[in-house]
Ligand binder design. Structure first.
Ligand code: ADP
Length: 608
C-alpha cells in the first residue's frame, strides 16, 4: 500500500517515520475540513496536528498564538524544515510587517502566526477576507486554547472574541489545542470558542518519561545542590519559587555556587525578562529560577528537570509546571521539597487573600488535593492521573513511592496526643512549641506559659522531634489542624479533629523516609537508557558543539537545528552517508540538505 499524502509529508518534511498517538486521526479529520478540539499533554506532538493539515489544504494556515516572544522560534523551526512560515505581531518593524503582508497576498506563505489582538483588528479581519477570496484560508489553529479560561493564570480576554472567526468564515476548519487536563477548563473552551460541534481528541495525560519525586524539606538549598550535582550537573532546568524575592535570592545564591542560573518573574523589567528567556532557550545548560510567570509555551524540548522549592497552588499547577520537563520524550525529573512550614504558609496565604469566600474555599480544596498528593504513599503517576479522572494501568516503577515504598503506621495515638496538646495549650501555638511540650522540654517559652504543668507535658517521648514534626505536618495537610491567622499561624483544631480526639476514628500516617536520594544504580540505569553514557563521549560533545555553532550562525536555539533525540540517534547509529542520515528520526529533506554534510564530517573525524 502506498503512503498517504499526510504520511509522505510527515516523512519528507518533518523526517518522522510514523505518527504518534492520535496525530494521524486528527490530521485527517482537519485536512478534510472538520473542526477539532485537541487535548494532549505537553510533548505529545500538538504542533504537527495543525501544521500538517495546513500544508495539505490549499491556502494559508492561520495560527493564533498568545506568546509573541515565542513566535519567532516557532517560525524559525518551520523554516528550517523548508516550510514557508511567518508571523505578524507588534514586535515587527513596519518594513518587515509590510514585506510579510505582501508575501501573504502573493500566496507565498503557508503558515502565519498571529497574536490574537492583531487578528481581531478590523483591518486584519478585512485582510483575511481578501486572502480568503484570493488564495484561501487552509485553517484556523487556536493554540494554548485554555487562555479563554479566566480561572487559569494564562487568561487572555481577546481569546473570547475568537468566535468571530467562525462567524465570518464558517467554512474554514478550526482546530483548538491545549495541554490543560482539567474538565472545567475543557468545558469552558468548548463553550467560549463555540466548539460544540467539533470532534474532541483526548489523549492520555500521562507523562511516562517524567520521574516524580517529593522530598521532605530539611535544608532546601543544600538538597537542591545535592540533587543537581548528582543528577543534572550540565542540564537545563527550571527552579520554581513562590515569591519574587525568593526567586532573586535563590538565583543569586545559585550563581555564587557556580551554576549558570538566571532569574525570571513578572516584577523584572521586560527587557531583562526577555533577555533571560532568550538565554535559557538559546544556550545549553541554563537554569531558570522563576515564579509561575515563567512557563506557558516554553517549548524548549530538553528541559531535563523542574524543581519546586515551594508548593504549587494546586494539582493543575503542579502538573503544568512539572510538565515543562522532558518535552522531547527523554527522561526528565520533577523534584520537589516541602515541609510543615510550606503547608502552614500556603494555607495562611490563601486564607489571608481578599478573594471572595466561595473562591477561597475552592482554592483551599485545590490545595488540599495537592497536599494529599505530597503525602500520598501510592504511585505518583497514578495519583496524578486519577486526579484528572484517568486510570493508570499500573505502578510506574520509577517515582519515589514506587522505588522506595513508603511504610505507614497507626498514628491514632500520636495524633490524639498532638491534638489534645493543641487544645490544652489554648490553640494558638506553633508546632515547635507543641513538640517541646510533648517531649517534656521545659524551655523558657514553655515555662513562661506554664505549659510544663499541662497533662500533655512529656507524654510524647516515644517519638523524636522529627517524628512529631511529621505527625503535625500530616495533621495540617489532612485538615485536622489549621493555621490561625490571628495567632501568627498558631495551630488550632478543625471540625475534623473531634472524632479523632474522641477515639471514634483511626488515622494511618506515612513514615517519612530517611533519604530521598536515588541509589547510584537507580541513577545509572536511567542515564544509561537515555543517553547511553553520551555525556562522557567526546563525539557527543563534538556533535553538540557543531549544533551550537550552526545555531549561533543563524541566531536560532540549538534544538531548532536538531533535537537532542535526533542528535542521540546520530551518535548511536553513526550514519556513514546522506542516505543513512536521512533515516534518522527528525532529519527531513530540508535539514538533510542543510546539515547532513556538516554532521557527517564530524562523524568522519571521529572514525579516523
Ligand atoms: P506539544 O506542542 O504537544 O508540547 P510538540 O509539538 O512540541 O509537542 O512535540 C513534542 C516533540 O515531539 C517535538 O520534539 C516533536 O518534534 C516531536 N514529535 C512530534 N510528533 C512526532 C512524531 N510523529 N514522531 C517523532 N517525533 C515527533
Amino acid at each position: 500500500m502506498s503512503a498517504s499524502p499526510a504520511q509522505q509529508l510527515l516523512e519528507l518534511t518533518f523526517g518522522y517515520s510514523a505518527f504518534r498517538g492520535q496525530q494521524e486521526a486528527i490530521v485527517n479529520h482537519v485536512a478534510s475540513g472538520g473542526d477539532a478540539l485537541v487535548l494532549m499533554p505537553t510533548g505529545g506532538g500538538k504542533s504537527l496536528c495543525y501544521q500538517l493539515p495546513a500544508l495539505l489544504r490549499s491556502g494559508v494556515g492561520i495560527v493564533v498564538s498568545p506568546l509573541i516572544a515565542l513566535m519567532q522560534d516557532q517560525v524559525d523551526a518551520l523554516r528550517q524544515l523548508g516550510v514557508n512560515a511567518a508571523f505578524l505581531n507588534s514586535s515587527l518593524d513596519a518594513e518587515t510587517a509590510r514585506a510579510t503582508f505582501l508575501a501573504l497576498m502573493r500566496g507565498e506563505i503557508q503558515l502565519l502566526y498571529v497574536a490574537p489582538e492583531r487578528l481581531l483588528t478590523q483591518s486584519f479581519l478585512s485582510t483575511l477576507h481578501d486572502i480568503e477570496q484570493r488564495i484561501g484560508i487552509a485553517l484556523f489553529a487556536i493554540d494554548e486554547a485554555h487562555c479563554v479560561s479566566q480561572w487559569g493564570h494564562d487568561f487572555r480576554p481577546e481569546y473570547r472574541q475568537l468566535t468571530v472567526l467562525h462567524e465570518v468564515f464558517p467554512s474554514v476548519p478550526r482546530i483548538a489545542l491545549t495541554a490543560t487536563a482539567d474538565m472545567p477548563t475543557r468545558n469552558e473552551i468548548v463553550e467560549r470558542l463555540g466548539l460544540q460541534e467539533a470532534r474532541q481528541f483526548v489523549s492520555s495525560f500521562d507523562r511516562p518519561n517524567i520521574r516524580y519525586r517529593v522530598a521532605l524539606k530539611d535544608n532546601a538549598r543544600k538538597q537542591l545542590q545535592a540533587f543537581l550535582e548528582a543528577e543534572h550537573s550540565n542540564d537545563a532546568g527550571i527552579v520554581y519559587c513562590l515569591s519574587r524575592r525568593k526567586v532573586e535570592e535563590t538565583a543569586a545564591w545559585m550563581q555564587q555556587q557556580g551554576w549558570d542560573a538566571l532569574a525570571y518573574h513578572a516584577g523584572l523589567d521586560a527587557s531583562i525578562r526577555q533577555a533571560n528567556q532568550q538565554r535559557f532557550l538559546r544556550e545549553e545548560g541554563v537554569i531558570m529560577v522563576a515564579t509561575v510567570a515563567f512557563g506557558m509555551g516554553i517549548d524548549k524540548p530538553n528541559v531535563r528537570f523542574v524543581a519546586h522549592l515551594d508548593l504549587p497552588k494546586s494539582m493543575e499547577g503542579y502538573y503544568q509546571e512539572t510538565g515543562r520537563a522532558g518535552r522531547d520524550g527523554l527522561p526528565a525529573d520533577a523534584w520537589m521539597v516541602y515541609g510543615l512550614g510550606d503547608v502552614v504558609s500556603m494555607r495562611q496565604m490563601l486564607e489571608g487573600s481578599d478573594t471572595p469566600e466561595e473562591r477561597k474555599r475552592l482554592e483551599q480544596q485545590k490545595l488540599n488535593a495537592l497536599l494529599g498528593y505530597c503525602e500520598s504513599t501510592a504511585c505518583r503517576h497514578q495519583t496524578i492521573l486519577r486526579y484528572f479522572s484517568e486510570e493508570h494501568p499500573g505502578d510506574c516503577q520509577q517515582c519515589d513511592n514506587c522505588l522506595h515504598p513508603v511504610e505507614t503506621w497507626d498514628g491514632t495515638e500520636a495524633a490524639r496526643m498532638a491534638l489534645s496538646c493543641v487544645y490544652r495549650s489554648g490553640q494558638r501555638f506553633g508546632a515547635g512549641h507543641l513538640i517541646d511540650i510533648l517531649l517534656g522540654k521545659a524551655t523558657a517559652q514553655v515555662t513562661r506559659f506554664q505549659h510544663n504543668t499541662l497533662s500533655t507535658f512529656g507524654i510524647g517521648q516515644s517519638l523524636n522531634q522529627a517524628q512529631w514534626s511529621s505527625v503535625f505536618r500530616q495533621l495540617v495537610a489532612a485538615g485536622f489542624l489549621e493555621a490561625d491567622m490571628e495567632a501568627y499561624g498558631g495551630l488550632r483544631l478543625t471540625a475534623l479533629a473531634r472524632p479523632l480526639l474522641k477515639g471514634e476514628t483511626n488515622i494511618w500516617l506515612r513514615r517519612d523516609p530517611q533519604t530521598s536520594k536515588l541509589s547510584k544504580a537507580e541513577r545509572a540505569s536511567r542515564h544509561k537508557e537515555a543517553f547511553a553514557g553520551a555525556n562522557d563521549d567526546p563525539l557527543w560533545q563534538a556533535l553538540k558543539a557543531k549544533r551550537m555553532e550552526l545555531a549561533r550562525e543563524q541566531e536560532v536555539p540549538p534544538y531548532v537545528i536538531f533535537h537532542d533525540s535526533t542528535l542521540l540517534e546520530i551518535l548511536n547509529q553513526r550514519p556513514g552517508s546522506l542516505t543513512e542520515m536521512s533515516r534518522i528520526s527528525g532529519v527531513g529533506a530540508a535539514k538533510l540538505e542543510r546539515y547532513g554534510d556538516a554532521f557527517l564530517e564530524v562523524l568522519e573525524e571521529f572514525a579516523r
